[in-house]
Design a binder for this molecule. Sequence first.
Ligand code: ZN
Length: 283
Amino acid sequence: MNKNRQIFSYFLLPITCFLLVLTLGFATPAPALELYGNFKQGGLVIGHEDPGFEAFLDNIPLKVGPDGRFVFGFGREAGPVVTLRIVYADGKVSEQTFDIEARVYDIERIDGLPPKTVIIPEEEKIRREKETAMVRTARAGSSNDLDWAEGFIFPAEGRISGVYGSQRILNGEPRWPHFGLDIAAPVGTPVMAPAGGVVRLAEEDFLLEGGIIIIDHGFGVTSTLMHLSSVEVTTGQRVERGEVIAGLGATGRVSGPHVDWRINWGPVRLDPALALDMDALEF
Ligand SMILES: [Zn+2]
């Protein structure tokens, strides 16, 4: 062994290794990705990573805030898996696949009913189409507000009288599942904004929903509150979490006074009960 090789082995090699480890250590971003929420059907998930990256959920680009926060959610039948891809500014890619927990929904079968009556009377169809379009437009907004990241509260005090995902099968015919969280209370009980945002729809008298308010919490996340007895806000108005915006009622198609609260991520219908329950996820 010549002298140079000896020096390399005894002295330079350990230093080279040390520097290499140091360099790699700094070049690889620390695993700073944080996720909060529920990887369950109906679940809402909030993510954060140091700014300077792009995020994709099953190849769909997610909107990322200037502070590195982003949000996504899962529908009633989502799953069985979903892939979250983070592409860093230096070109590094982190890809993680998550199982979406399947849920068992309340299914109620009622047979022997008289033949079904028409749900929407013919003369109301044009009105109904217009209302449905207004709801769709209100939920399609995607402001840059970060109110969705501040957490949600119950919009009213009362008894839970209906849950997300439940479905009735009448005379063997499955009906549209229920996507809201129903809170029953006396007419006039204050209804609060479950999170801050901008009012995108405020109407007193929709055919099925009665009094309805849709709040845009930013990044495609909206709350819908229905069957209101009074609507105390107007379209375009900013509201804060906990602010009284309406009175609870029994307007529209209902069997009793309650507020039906829905959360959407764009067109995806989420479970408000899961949005109220947002612990940090551990992997
Ligand atoms: Zn309901």
